[in-house]
Design a protein around this ligand. Sequence first.
Ligand code: NAG
Ligand code: NAG
Ligand code: NAG
Ligand code: NAG
Ligand code: NAG
Ligand code: NAG
Ligand code: NAG
Ligand code: NAG
Ligand code: NAG
Ligand code: NAG
Ligand code: NAG
Ligand code: NAG
Length: 828
Amino acid sequence: MWRALLILGGFLPLCSGYSGQRGVGCRVVNQTADCSHQNLLQIPDDLPSNLTSLDVSHNRLRTLNVAVLGRYWGLRLLQAGYNNVRTLEAGLCLALPHLTQLHVQHNEIRNLREQDLLNCSKLMELNLTSNRLKLIGEPFRPLQNLTSLDVSVNGLNSTRLGKQPQLRSLEQLSLSGNKIFILQKDDFSWLNQSSVRVLRMASLPLRELNPGCLKPLRELEELVLDRTKQSPHLVENLSRELAGSAIRWLSLQNMQLVSVTNTTFMGLQDTNLTSMDLSHNGMSSIGSGSFRWLHTLEDLSLQGNSFYHLTKDTFTGLGNLKSLKLQRALVNNALIDDYTFQPLKRLESLWLDETKLHNLSAHTFSGLSSLQNLSLSWSLAGLSTVTNSTFASLADSPLRMLNLTAANIKLLRDDAFSGLRNLTRLYLTDNFISQVLTGAEFRGLVSIQELCLSFNKQKIQLRPSSFVSVPTLKSLLLRGTLLGQLDVEPSPFLPLQELSLLDLSNNNIAIFSANLLSSLGQLKVLKLQHNNLADMWKSVAPKGPTFFLQGLENLTVLELDYNGLDEIPAHAFSSLRQLQDLSLAGNVLKFLHDGVFSDLVSLRSLDLRKNHITSVPQAVFQPVLRNLTVLRLGQNPFDCTCDSIFWFVDWLNTTNASVPQRDSAYICNTPPAYFNKSVTRFNGLSCKDMTPFQTLFVLSSTTVLVLMGTALLLRFQGWRIQFYWKVVVSRTLGFREVDLGEERFLYDAYVIHAPEDRKWVDRHLLPLEEEENFGFCLEDRDFTPGTSRLESIVEKMRQSRKIVFIVTETLLKDPWCTLYVRHCPSPC
Ligand SMILES: *[C@@H]1O[C@H](CO)[C@@H](O)[C@H](O)[C@H]1NC(C)=O
Ligand SMILES: *[C@@H]1O[C@H](CO)[C@@H](O)[C@H](O)[C@H]1NC(C)=O
Ligand SMILES: *[C@@H]1O[C@H](CO)[C@@H](O)[C@H](O)[C@H]1NC(C)=O
Ligand SMILES: *[C@@H]1O[C@H](CO)[C@@H](O)[C@H](O)[C@H]1NC(C)=O
Ligand SMILES: *[C@@H]1O[C@H](CO)[C@@H](O)[C@H](O)[C@H]1NC(C)=O
Ligand SMILES: *[C@@H]1O[C@H](CO)[C@@H](O)[C@H](O)[C@H]1NC(C)=O
Ligand SMILES: *[C@@H]1O[C@H](CO)[C@@H](O)[C@H](O)[C@H]1NC(C)=O
Ligand SMILES: *[C@@H]1O[C@H](CO)[C@@H](O)[C@H](O)[C@H]1NC(C)=O
Ligand SMILES: *[C@@H]1O[C@H](CO)[C@@H](O)[C@H](O)[C@H]1NC(C)=O
Ligand SMILES: *[C@@H]1O[C@H](CO)[C@@H](O)[C@H](O)[C@H]1NC(C)=O
Ligand SMILES: *[C@@H]1O[C@H](CO)[C@@H](O)[C@H](O)[C@H]1NC(C)=O
Ligand SMILES: *[C@@H]1O[C@H](CO)[C@@H](O)[C@H](O)[C@H]1NC(C)=O
C-alpha cells in the first residue's frame, strides 16, 4: 500500500482567528487523512483541502473546531472518537455539508441541543457511544437520512430519545449499556415512522417490559439482549411483545436464563424466527416442549450451558431446525435419552464437541433423517471401543462428515462404521487407536473420500488388506500414527487407485519396498517429512538406492523434510515431471549430483533450508532455478568463494523469483573474511574480473617461459640447430650436386673453416693433399689477390667439386658463415 508522509510547506497562521495545528504526523492517501494517535490538541489546518475522510481519533481534542473543519468542506467521514470533546459546535454540518458519517464515541459530550445537528440531513451514521448525553429538546430530529444511531453507554434512563416521530430512515439503533430498567409503552413511539431492523440492547438492567412497548418497531428483525440480566419472566414477556413481529434473529446470550419452560417462548409462535442464540446462560434444564413454538427456527445455539438430561421431548417442535450447537452444553455424565433428536427431521448439522458422552446407545441419533455433519470431537469419554452398534443409529442418516477427533477411541471393531454409506469424510485424529488394521473396520464406507487417522500415538499397523474396503479414498492421513516399518508386500496402498493425498509424515519409517507407492498414479500430494529415509537413498546400500518415487507421475507436492538424507541418487526424481513443490529442508545434504533436479520441469517452489550445502553449483541448480517462483535455501553454511557461490549470488541478485529471507537467512560460513555476513554482500565483481586475468596470466607466463627456453637453447646449442636446420632445408628442397663436368673443377674440395680452426686444418687436412693427392682450396692460400673476398669465395666454390665445412662452434659464430651457407650449392 502506498502511503505518503505529508511534508508540510504550510505556515502556522499566527494572527488568524483560529489556531490550527500542523498535521506533521498525518498520513494522507487518496484524499484520506489519518491523524490518529498524534496527541493533537487541535485539528490540523494544513491538510489538502480536498479530503473526503479525516481520522482524528485517539487525540486530545476538546472541540471539533468548525472554523478549521470548514477548510475540508468535502469531508464525508469524520472520525473523532477517543478525545475530550465536550460539545458539538452548532453549524458543524453547515461547515461540512457532505458529511455522512460522524464518529464521536468515547468523548465527553453532554448537552446535545437541537441546533447542534441542524443541517445534518445528509448524515447516515452517528456514533455517540460512551459519552454522557443529556438530550435537550429533540436533537436527532434533523437527521432525516440517518440509518444508524449508536447511543450505547451514555447513562440514558430511557429509550425515548424524542417526543415526536422522527428518524424515518433509521435501520439500526444501539442502546446497549445504558441505565434502562423499564420499557414503557411509548418509549419507542418516536420511531413509529422509521424502519428499525436491528435493535441492540445488550447489558441493560432491564426489569420490566410494559405491554406494547415494542409495537412501534414493526419491522424489527434482529434483537440483541446479551448480558441483559434476566429478571423473572423477562424472556417470556419479550416473546409476548414480539408476537406477530418480523423478528428473525434473537440473541439472548449470557442472560442467566437458567431454565426455560413450555411457556417461555410461547409468544414467538406467531413469528418467523429463524435463529436463536441461548449460549452461555448456565441453563440446566429445558422443560418438555419448551421449543415447540419455534417451528420456523433453523439455527439454535445452546453452547456453554449445563444440561444434565436431554429427553425426547426437549426438542419437540423444532422440525425445521438445520443446525444445533451443543458444544460444552452438557455437564459430565449427562444423559441423552434414546430418540432425543428424533423431532429434528431436517437437522443437517449437530455439534456435540467437548461434551463428555457416556452412553451412545443404539438409538441416540435415531431419527436424524437429514443429518449430514456430526461432530463429536473431544467427546465420548467412556467410549473406547467403536463397535458395529455405536453409530448404528445413524444408518438412516445421509451422514457425510463425522468428526471423532480426540474422542478417546482405542479400538475400532469390524464394521464399526458399516451403516454410514454416504459418509465422505471421517476424522479419527488424535485418538489412541492401537491395532492392526485388517480392512474390516472400514467395511461399508462405500462413499468415503477422506480418512484421517493422524496422531494416533504411533500404534497402528498396516497389512496388505488394510484399505481394501475403501477404494474410493482420495485423501489418507497417517501422520504420527504408524507403528513399525512399512515393508509389507503387497503394498497396503495398492487398492487406493484414486488416492491423491497421502500423509505418512512423523512416523519414523526407515525402510519400505520400492513399490509401496508405485501404484499411486493419481497421487498429487505426498508427505514423508520427519521419517528416517536416509538409508533408502544411500548409494552404498547392498542393493543400491531404492527408487521409491517411481511411477508417481502426477505428483505435484512432495515433502521430504527432516529425513536425515545425506544424498539423493541422480535419478531419484526422474518421473516427477508434474512436481511443483519440493521440500527437502532439515536434512544433511551437502553435495548434489549434477542434473539431479533437471527432470522437474514443472517445479515452482524448492525448499532446501537447514542442510549442509556449502556451494550452489550451476550444473545442479541452474536447470531448476530457471522456472522457480519461490526458493528457500537459507540457513545453510555457505562457502562464499567464487567457485562455490559466485553463480548463485548472481542469480540471487537478478532473479524475479521470491526468495524469502533473502537478506537474513543466507549467511556465509567460510571463508573467515565473509564469516557471518550475508551472501548477498559477496562481491561477485572480483570473480568476474578474475576470468580475463587468469587467461592473461597463463598467456604471459607461457610466453616468458618459451622465450627463456628459446634464448637458453640458442645460447648454448644454437649452432647445432642452425646446422641441422640447413641440412633439413637443403634435403627437403632437394638441392643436388651441380654436375658441370669434371674439367671445370680445379679443386677437389673447398674448405670452409673459422680462422681459429686453421691449426686443425693444417694438421689434419693439408697432409691429405700429399698422401691422397687431393686438391683443397683454402681461402687465405688460394684466393687470387686483388679480387674481393666475396667474389673469390663464389669463384673458388664453383671450381671445387665438394665443399668441406669444418663445423665448429666458432665457425657458426663467424659472420661469413651465413654467406657460405647461402652460397653452398649442396650440403657437403
Ligand atoms: C487509492 O485509490 C486507487 C484508485 O482509486 C486505488 O486503486 C488504491 O487502492 C487506493 N489506495 C488506498 C490506500 O486506498
Ligand atoms: C487533492 O489535492 C492535492 C493537493 O492539495 C492534489 O495533489 C490532488 O491531486 C487532489 N486530488 C484530487 C482528486 O483532486
Ligand atoms: C437521503 O439520501 C438519499 C440517498 O441515499 C438522497 O437521495 C437524499 O437526497 C438524501 N436526503 C437528504 C435530505 O439529504
Ligand atoms: C460505535 O463505536 C463503538 C466503539 O468504537 C463500536 O464498538 C460500535 O460498533 C460502533 N457502532 C456502530 C453502529 O458501528
Ligand atoms: C430519567 O432521569 C431524569 C432525570 O435525569 C428523570 O427526570 C426521569 O424521570 C427519568 N426517567 C425515568 C424513566 O426514570
Ligand atoms: C406446560 O407444562 C405444564 C406441566 O409441566 C402443563 O400443565 C401445562 O399445560 C403446559 N402448558 C402448555 C402451554 O403446554
Ligand atoms: C411468516 O412467513 C409466512 C410465509 O412466508 C408469512 O405468510 C407470514 O406473514 C410471516 N409471519 C410474520 C409474522 O412475518
Ligand atoms: C454386529 O456384529 C455382531 C457380530 O459381531 C452381529 O451379531 C450383529 O448383528 C451386528 N450388528 C449390526 C447392527 O450389524
Ligand atoms: C445417500 O445419498 C444418496 C444420494 O446421494 C441417497 O439417494 C441415499 O438415500 C443416501 N443414503 C442415505 C442413507 O440417506
Ligand atoms: C474436527 O474437530 C476438531 C477439534 O474440534 C477441529 O479442530 C477440526 O477442525 C474439525 N474438523 C472438521 C472438518 O470440522
Ligand atoms: C495422471 O493423471 C492423468 C489425468 O488425471 C491420468 O490420465 C493419468 O492416467 C495419471 N497417471 C497415472 C500414472 O495414473
Ligand atoms: C519452464 O517452463 C516452461 C513452461 O512453463 C517449460 O516449457 C520449460 O520446460 C520449463 N523449463 C525448465 C527448465 O523447467
